[in-house]
Design a binder for this molecule. Structure first.
Ligand code: ZN
Length: 548
């Protein structure tokens, strides 16, 4: 009887273990909370999804380069075992690089669409202020555990404030309440909470981690969410997709490792990192998932700011003199570079800023002028003011003026100028002047938007003549340094009369006026040229083009 009781007892323990030892990711719950709290999130998600579709459907837009993502680990602990070791953290980074690089020792040939994502991870070696860092921050907390509602992401609620999330992947490691193993914030949520949270028991590989989630795949899965991946079953039945074409349809999460499971008319990909299977079962992302993640880092992508992150600058790359344009905060700067009054760095600049700037308008252009200072040249910059500020575009000149044409009715632009010092650094900026025209649309060119028309093999696109709300500016500094400047990167799509896409042509942000578009080998006939922005929104009407 004792033996039988013991057997039942052991059986019950096994059952309880089987129930509790299931992957439990709180990304969806967290996301519902984010969407309720921040109404703009749905709009951001729609834009990101449109951009992702544009990228994944147009092979020409693909960036084949390896992207290295700077990571900061924020360890928040109350007990010693929660204060995980540096080695445990380094081991987790190794796992991420193996899994995202398809270098994991358990990679097999079960699914031919398995992919190297070309995404890699490295602990940051520079803090946002430019100082050296290990990429690991630690804080003792009086909180015994944390919810899935972002409390660990703020110092005021016992956690650690994020480093700028447009430049660093923030990963918080803490004691999460209940049996939650982690959660990731999808791209498009609020910046302050962007990142990934992992329970300390599942962070790293082996060591103190808890089987069957002891191979670091919880972080692989949650970083997958941060990189815009959904669960492989789409969190719904067979008809709900994960927005990835090469993952089989599935109707629910799989647990353990049911390698021969079938559902929705096919074999399930239980080895995918975005399923709920055990760590030892998972071993792949697909090519479709890789493309989806890479889209975030392409032009116009939500995480493209990582390409300008200061987080992985080598010592040799760091400027040894603090300046107002060194890409890091220094002196008393509080926000972005030179967000403060910048006395400490301004004193080290070797030439003065131009003394005054002003402008004059004619019917065809606006001329910007400034007073000469002792300098080897000048850098004039202009941008359009709109809800998402366009990037500064610049020209270099030896003269003390530059002209801008293509200014549009009702649009406001900001311009400023710096001196280029003899030593090669640049002065502080001289103020800002705003250009607003309320009437008198100015074109810099009377060429039609698409010419010649009809054409054969090659045509030209002149965005200055397109009826576009965000059209380009021509920035002329004299001496041949003239540029067509787009407020956003854009694309030309050429479609045939059936509406099929036959050509995608990216328009670089800076180019001479009149873009050459080669369309060799197309059947003679009528085509339509569409000018769209990086989110796929039309920038102008469509133009008819006859090819012969
Ligand atoms: Zn998940």
């Amino acid at each position: 009887m004792i033996n039988r009781t013991l057997a039942i007892f052991l059986f019950l323990i096994l059952c309880v273990q089987a129930i509790t030892a299931q992957r439990n990711c709180a990304t969806l719950d967290h996301w519902e909370y984010v969407v309720k709290k921040h109404s703009s999130t749905a709009q951001s998600r729609a834009l990101i999804e449109r951009h992702t579709q544009l990228y994944t459907q147009n092979p020409e837009l693909r960036n084949e380069n390896n992207i290295v993502i700077p990571v900061v680990i924020n360890v928040v602990y109350q007990h010693a075992n929660e204060n995980i070791s540096d080695e445990q953290i380094l081991e987790q980074i190794r796992v991420l690089n193996e899994d995202f690089g398809r270098l994991n020792p358990d990679a097999d040939g079960a699914w031919p669409q398995a992919a190297n994502t070309d995404l890699q991870f490295q602990l940051a070696n520079r803090a946002p202020d430019g100082t050296p860092t290990t990429g690991i921050r630690r804080r003792y907390t009086s909180y015994s555990n944390f919810s899935t509602y972002d409390d660990v992401k703020f110092a005021k609620s016992g956690g650690i404030d994020a480093w700028p999330t447009e430049h660093y992947l923030n990963i918080w490691v803490c004691n999460l309440e209940g049996d939650i193993m982690g959660y990731g914030q999808l791209p498009g949520g609020p910046a302050a909470t962007d990142g990934v949270v992992i329970d300390f028991q599942f962070f790293g590989r082996y060591g103190h981690t808890q089987a069957p989630f002891d191979r670091g795949r919880t972080a692989t899965h949650e970083v997958g969410h941060w990189l815009n991946l959904f669960h492989i079953w789409g969190d719904g039945d067979c008809t709900i997709d994960d927005m990835v074409a090469d993952t089989p349809d599935s109707d629910e999460a799989n647990h353990g490792c049911p390698k021969d499971a079938y559902s929705c008319g096919g074999k399930l990909m239980v080895q995918n990192f975005m399923d709920y299977t055990d760590d030892a079962c998972m071993n792949l992302f697909t090519q479709g998932q890789a493309r989806r993640m890479q889209a975030l880092f392409a032009t116009g992508g939500f995480r493209s700011g990582f390409l300008r992150s200061p987080g992985l600058m080598e010592l040799a790359q760091m400027p040894d003199v603090n300046t107002c344009n060194d890409g890091r905060q220094n002196g008393d700067e509080t926000g972005v570079d030179c967000g403060g009054s910048c006395e400490p760095c301004a004193s080290k600049i070797s030439c003065p800023a131009p003394a005054s700037i002003n402008q004059s308008n004619s019917t065809t252009k606006v001329t910007l002028r400034w007073e000469a200072v002792s300098a080897s040249g000048y850098l004039a910059e202009i941008r359009q003011l709109k809800p998402n500020l366009s990037k500064w575009a610049s020209v270099v000149t030896n003269s003390t003026s530059a002209s801008v044409s293509g200014i549009r009715i009702g649009r406001t632009y900001e311009w400023r100028v710096r001196a280029i010092c003899q030593e090669g650094d640049t002065s502080d900026v001289t103020g800002s002047v705003f250009i607003t025209r309320n009437n008198g649309r100015i074109l810099y060119d009377d060429q039609p938007a698409v010419y010649p028309n009809p054409s054969r093999g090659t045509f030209y696109f002149n965005p200055g003549s397109a009826e576009a709300p965000d059209g380009p500016l021509l920035f002329d500094a004299g001496g041949g340094d003239s540029k067509t400047i787009h407020s956003t990167t854009s694309f030309l799509l050429v479609k045939n009369i059936q509406g099929q896409l036959v050509k995608t042509h990216p328009l670089n942000e800076t180019a001479q006026a009149g873009f050459q578009v080669d369309v060799p080998g197309l059947v003679a006939g009528m085509y339509f040229v569409h000018w769209i922005d990086a989110e796929g929104q039309p920038l102008s009407q469509a133009y008819k083009l006859i090819l012969y």
